[in-house]
Design a protein around this ligand. Structure first.
Ligand code: FAD
Ligand code: 2HG
Ligand code: ZN
Length: 480
């Protein structure tokens, strides 16, 4: 576990005592003040089993008012807190580093309203993403966000990480789709920014501060989201390419020829494919066995079944003729489409099952992206496996290094090399997962000194005692 190795506990934080517990029981009732060891172990441990805190308390508020009372009290007592959603975050941001109180809004999981004309959904932050997807489906709409962790992650967690996912290439980021937010500040003040308007230029649009701030500026309690209508024709192709250059060219062609119906463009390399086949139950390669180096998933979503399919088929035929793809399968029904997606979405799980994993989530210009993977392979050699996949359509590489166990020597071979390489190519060291604990000290690889200084001033203004998700996001030298 990497838990607290790199940072000291901030001595200005109080230690939890029995008066605190009684106070919380007074607000929330005994049932929602959790001290049970098993439940605390789960809440203290992150999805990768890599970060573990030692919190003695998990609080489950049922309303904004309760969140407000909790934070107001914690602030006055200097008790540090960690906002937690589905705990699927991949940068150690959602679990305590030391004894921070964990606050999870999972019981706040109601849909508040849905406007069928505008497609605007207003809901509480604890709604599980998959439940929102299902709800919208019954209304004839879709969520502009989809990701492999949908069964556990909460919309509040998605907003707080500014999660990207599989459909960003079509619908854009949450900075565009989130129309409003209600958030509770460290001192308990409730900020009602829960607008439901497409256009509202009345001063600074402060909701954006909370999108992607990883629980460091406030607890998100409600959100309003613009959701697009569900279209009738969805097609999914699973393709093989002989080299990375072909994947890249295929992307350029897909944007040009499928532009208005393109809804996902994902890639994985053959090391990722092997990993999926070895570690995911029931998953098989949709293509006949052959030596393919790369795989691409192209999804189209449109409103005209026959013409969309015709367009995709013509595109694929041409790509095959000019050698951009070497083989391919078009899903014939919804079950086959889910099996294609399962292979791609299951990769984080396959890596988790394979052993220790060093995870890097990078934005890199598409032309250069795979150079890093190859350089990393040369650097590391056996017994590590360098696994590459990601949202190629968004220029987002998921570079994962799988090893039998965590080893400082391997880590020293990877870092800071991977960050320096990314920075040199003007990329981002966090495309979509955030900085959390893992990369708080690495922020300067992607942000200038003055920018980080301003972030720190904003943090101090909103959370002067630094109780909200300490040790995360901002460099430790500035945040304690
Ligand atoms: P948590 O993990 O609980 O928390 C994440 C961060 O948000 C923490 O810093 C936490 O303090 C903060 N937070 C949580 N809830 C709140 C709240 N209500 N108010 C304020 N702060 C809060 N990410 C992507 O971007 N794209 C992907 O495709 C993707 N796929 C994934 C697939 C798998 C299998 C897994 C395990 C993770 C994946 N992730 C992906 C990473 C993860 O960021 C997302 O799963 C998700 O956005 C996290 O939501 P959560 O509710 O689990 O939040
Ligand atoms: C995905 O796209 C997630 O599957 C996780 O963002 C990425 O495992 C990873 O590195
Ligand atoms: Zn991703």
């Amino acid at each position: 576990c990497f838990g607290s190795a790199a940072v000291q506990r901030n001595p200005s934080f109080s230690m939890l005592n029995s008066d605190d517990i009684n106070y919380f029981k007074g607000i929330l009732g005994d049932k929602n003040v959790i001290q049970d060891e098993d439940r605390l172990l789960t809440a203290n441990t992150d999805w990768m089993n890599k970060y573990r805190g030692s919190s003695k308390l998990l609080l489950l508020p049922r309303s904004t008012e309760e969140v407000s009372q909790i934070l107001n009290y914690c602030n006055s007592r200097s008790l540090a807190v960690v906002p937690q959603g589905g705990n699927t975050g991949l940068v150690g941001g959602s679990v305590p580093v030391y004894d921070e109180v964990i606050i999870n809004v999972g019981l706040m999981n109601s849909v508040i309203s849905f406007d069928k004309v505008s497609g605007i959904l207003v809901c509480e932050a604890g709604c599980i993403l998959e439940n929102l997807i299902t709800f919208l489906d019954t209304q004839g709409f879709v969520m502009p966000l989809d990701l492999g962790a949908k069964g556990s992650c909460q919309i509040g967690g998605n907003v707080s990480t500014n999660a990207g996912g599989l459909r960003l290439v079509r619908y854009g980021s949450l900075h565009g789709n989130i129309l409003g937010i209600e958030a509770v500040l460290a001192n308990g003040d409730v900020l009602d920014m829960l607008g439901t308007l497409r256009k509202d230029n009345t001063g600074y649009d402060l909701k954006h501060l909370f999108i992607g701030s990883e629980g460091s500026l406030g607890i998100v309690t409600k959100v309003s989201i613009l959701t697009p209508p569900k279209l009738s024709s969805v097609n999914l192709a699973f393709l093989a390419c002989k080299d990375y250059f072909s994947c890249q060219k295929l992307l350029v062609e897909a944007k040009r020829k499928l532009g208005e119906i393109l809804s996902a463009f994902e890639f994985l390399d053959n090391v990722a494919m092997d990993l999926a086949l070895n570690h995911l139950e029931g998953v098989r390669n949709p293509l006949p066995p052959s030596l393919h180096n790369f795989y691409v998933l192209i999804e189209t979503t449109g409103s005209n079944e026959s013409s969309d399919k015709e367009k995709l088929e013509a595109f694929l035929l041409h790509a095959m003729e000019v050698g951009l793809i070497s083989d391919g399968a078009l899903s014939q029904d919804i079950n086959q489409a889910s099996s294609f997606w399962r292979l791609r979405e299951g990769l984080p799980e396959a890596l988790q099952k394979a052993g220790a994993v060093y995870k890097y989530d990078l934005s890199i210009p598409v032309e250069k992206m795979y150079d890093l993977v190859e350089e990393m392979r040369t650097r590391l050699g056996a017994p590590t496996k360098v696994v590459a996949y990601g949202h190629l359509g968004d220029g987002n590489l998921h570079l994962n290094i799988s090893a039998p166990q965590y080893d400082e020597k391997i880590l020293a071979q990877i870092e800071p090399f991977v960050y320096e390489w990314t920075s040199k190519h003007r990329g981002s060291i966090s495309a979509e997962h955030g900085l959390g604990l893992m990369k708080a000290n690495e922020i300067f690889y992607s942000k200038s000194k003055n920018t980080v200084q301003l972030m720190s001033s904003i943090k101090k203004l909103l959370d002067p005692n630094g109780i909200l998700n300490p040790y995360k996001v901002l460099p430790h030298s500035l945040s304690t």
